[in-house]
Design a protein around this ligand. Structure first.
Ligand SMILES: [Zn+2]
Ligand SMILES: [Zn+2]
Ligand SMILES: [Zn+2]
Length: 284
């Protein structure tokens, strides 16, 4: 299993375009791993998690051919995770003929919201309408928290992100060829029901939301201290393999210092900080 981080920033990216805080100023000056696009990840070459606004510039920069994507897991439809302007280019008027069919999985509420946001691009789009699914060349798979589906060679389990109840935001556990990954961006907390499901896994990689830095609190997301607690609990329960790796993503300037300083904080607590363009790959 190969994992490529196309973005590791929170909704407002990092640095924020107009922010003058010390973290954003340093990121602007030092560039490199301090520049974070909106969060998205590609598994192998064919499974994309979140069609965010920065997916295409990242793909161009890292030499990734997005025409190979066959599967899209959408965590939710917030603007930093779903750009309707990208998806609408699948209709024949934009992309011409011969593009590969996509298989899209998300919660029903997220699919409805994606449809409403697509209407800003083309009036009347409805992801449950066969006519629009055909036009967008999509098969749509509604999933609920606790459910599993098979998408090609991927066995995908959805869990509650507790992030936005209005659209039932989800995180995903993905199993393929004996390898297991948890991608948990925009996670607010893991409920008891989610922990029960997670006990059935032994992850190679656990990727967790860390919108807020150490000692910083905010709504709807994890902070660094909660990430440390969750990873320790997963290791103690064997949910994360002894040699498994854990990374933080979806990082904002709120308490998260520039990369090197944050990476030192994480290393001293047994996890790592993802950055744009980072590739993780398991040996077969
Ligand atoms: Zn987000
Ligand atoms: Zn800032
Ligand atoms: Zn969100």
């Amino acid at each position: 299993m190969k994992l490529t981080f196309l973005g590791t920033g929170a909704a407002s990216a990092y640095p924020l375009p107009f922010c003058q805080c010390a973290y954003c100023r340093t990121a602007r000056e030092q560039k490199g791993k301090n520049l974070r696009r909106r969060s998205s990840v590609l598994i192998n070459s064919d499974l994309l998690i979140d069609l965010g606004p920065d997916v295409f510039p990242s793909a161009c920069e890292y030499g990734i051919d997005l025409t190979k994507v066959r599967f899209l897991l959408q965590t939710h439809a917030h603007s930093d995770h779903f750009d309707p302007g990208h998806l609408i280019t699948r209709i024949p008027e934009y992309a011409g003929q011969g593009i590969s069919r996509w298989n899209l999985a998300a919660s029903r509420e997220t699919l409805r919201k994606m449809g409403r946001r697509l209407c800003g691009e083309e009036p009347g789009v409805d992801l449950f309408d066969p006519k629009w699914k055909e036009k967008l060349n999509l098969a749509v798979f509604p999933v609920s928290a606790g459910e599993s589906i098979q998408l090609g060679t991927y066995h995908v389990t959805a869990l509650d992100a507790c992030h936005d109840e209005s659209e039932q935001a989800l995180i995903y556990a993905v199993r393929q060829g004996g390898r297991e990954l948890l991608y948990a961006t925009d996670l607010c907390r893991l409920e008891a029901a989610s922990w029960e499901i997670l006990k059935g896994f032994s992850f190679d990689y656990v990727i967790l939301d860390q919108t807020y830095g150490p000692g910083t609190t905010g709504g709807g997301h994890l902070n660094a201290d909660q990430v440390v607690e969750i990873i320790a609990e997963m290791r103690s329960q064997g949910i994360l393999k002894p040699n498994g790796e854990s990374y933080a993503t979806h990082l904002s300037h709120e308490g998260n210092p520039p990369h090197n300083e944050l990476a030192r904080f994480a290393a001293s607590r047994g996890y790592q900080i993802a950055y744009d363009g980072l590739v993780l790959e398991t040996e077969e």
